[in-house]
Design a binder for this molecule. Structure first.
Ligand SMILES: NC(=O)c1ccc[n+]([C@@H]2O[C@H](COP(=O)([O-])OP(=O)(O)OC[C@H]3O[C@@H](n4cnc5c(N)ncnc54)[C@H](O)[C@@H]3O)[C@@H](O)[C@H]2O)c1
Length: 419
């Protein structure tokens, strides 16, 4: 079996952590049991370009239980959990091409290695796999039935490809499922981003001015959770509706130009480029902490910071690079500007990934069963899958809800009854 992981001796620890995460993933576990019986992915080759974490390991096991032949590569050079990669290879015979801290060259070599698997289904987080396939391995396109995409940034890129007529197979936007972005992006990113910042810095959040760039699903979660720890939140936005929502949620809203001078900690989660630019960093206080939780490491202008700084940065703690400005002020960049929740912490907790990856597993089956009738476009997860996942999650949590009575059903569907 061909693979490239850091060290297979790490496998036992990885296996424990995979099992630990599995306890919090009842929906995916149920799907795995069903897959074992029905084998809906028998004979299907899947290449996954995903963050190689304990939760992803449980997704890969589930796809394998469904009969799929799975390989994995990383969707970010800093997000791989090396012990998990080792365990997937050693205990589950799933080839993995991913090493935490790999350079860009190895990152893309690993993507190419995952493509050599000749996938029938691509499973992406950020669309690097589909992008590489369309740019440099078009010879493999014929094998592909369709794909799935995990995150906001990937969905945006794939929609752009489809609009230009460049996408050559259908893709399901897992991110668009309500059981994905309402929970994963909000509560998952909210908690794990703070976890990453705290693990990297060990700073007290209470009393700090925390500037959150964006007020979308992820950034809203970050603002909510940081506020809960006593941070004074400032939100920056470009969308008037989102800005208004932030104001009414009780947060200060101002342009980054103003926020830059008063923030102690900065977090971006916009999917946009240079949201914190050189001219913003020039205004920051001594000791400012700058981090990103958006998909790519472009939200903070790192080349700009490098130009601004005197000499190379000092790695003062793991995941903290301290840049010195000519007047002696220091700016601390966390996790090389890569998603801090995966770089310095462990990504989203398993309980929330349970729903995201249930969507992935069921979408893969939907794609196998329906690819013939789909166009080369980006599709939403079918509503009935979304509802089913929410229902199973509630059941797993031991929570019952009310059911419409016949009278209520009639009332809600009628137009005749008034006051
Ligand atoms: N860290 C993680 O684990 C994780 C998890 C899910 C998604 N993501 C990524 O996080 C990013 C955001 O995802 P989302 O689902 O919250 O997207 P979203 O579309 O819901 O929110 C993005 C927000 O950023 C705002 N924005 C855009 N440019 C801006 C700018 N220059 N200044 C201020 N605000 C700006 C938009 O108006 C929007 O409200 C994406 O890159 C996504 O792929 C990361």
């Amino acid at each position: 079996m061909d693979f490239d992981v850091k060290n297979t001796d790490l496998a036992p620890g990885g296996r424990h952590r995979i099992e630990w995460a599995d306890q919090e993933m009842p929906v995916l576990k149920g799907i795995r049991r069903q897959f074992e019986e029905e084998r809906p992915l028998a004979g299907i080759k899947i290449s996954g370009c995903l963050h190689v974490t304990t939760e992803t390991a449980n997704l890969a096991r589930t796809l394998q239980a469904g009969g799929a032949d799975v390989v994995l590569c990383a969707s970010n050079p800093l997000s791989t959990q090396d012990d998990v990669a080792a365990s997937l290879v050693h205990h589950f015979e799933i080839p993995v091409f991913a090493i935490k801290g790999e350079d860009n060259h190895s990152y893309y070599n690993h993507i190419t290695a995952a493509l050599e698997h000749q996938p029938n289904i691509t499973m992406d987080d950020g669309a690097d796999l589909v992008g590489t396939l369309h740019k440099s391995r078009r010879d493999l396109l014929d094998h592909v039935l369709g794909g799935t995409e995990e995150t906001t940034t990937g969905v945006i890129r794939l929609r752009a490809m489809a609009n230009e007529g460049k996408l050559t197979f259908p893709v399901i936007a897992v991110n668009d499922a309500l059981t994905k972005h309402m929970f994963d992006n909000r509560y998952g990113t909210g908690q794990s981003t703070l976890d990453g910042i705290i693990r990297a810095t060990n700073i007290l959040i209470a009393g700090k001015t925390v500037v959150v760039a964006g007020y979308g699903w992820c950034s809203r979660g970050i603002a909510m959770r940081t506020s809960g720890l006593g941070g004074n939140i400032i939100v920056t936005e470009i969308d008037p509706l989102k800005a208004l929502e932030a104001v009414m949620d009780g947060f200060r809203v101002m342009p980054m130009e103003k926020a830059a001078a008063v923030g102690d900690i900065f977090v971006t989660a916009t999917g946009d480029i240079n949201v914190i630019d050189t001219h913003h960093m020039e205004l920051m206080k001594d000791g400012a902490i700058v981090s990103n939780s958006g998909h790519f490491n472009v939200e903070v202008n790192i080349p700009g910071l490098e130009e601004l700084a005197v000499g190379p940065p000092r790695r003062i703690r793991p995941f903290v690079d301290q840049y010195k400005l000519p007047d002696g002020r220091k700016i601390n960049l966390l996790g090389e500007g890569r998603l801090i929740n995966l770089a310095a912490a462990e990504g989203h907790p398993a309980s929330v990934m349970d729903m995201s990856f249930a969507n992935q597993a069921l979408s893969a089956v939907f794609m196998v069963q329906n690819a013939d009738s789909l166009e080369n476009k980006v599709y939403s997860v079918p509503e009935e899958l979304d509802k089913r996942i929410a229902q199973i999650k509630l059941e797993a949590m031991g929570i019952d809800i009310d059911v419409l009575t016949d009278e209520q059903e009639r009332y809600l569907n009628s137009w005749e009854e008034g006051t």
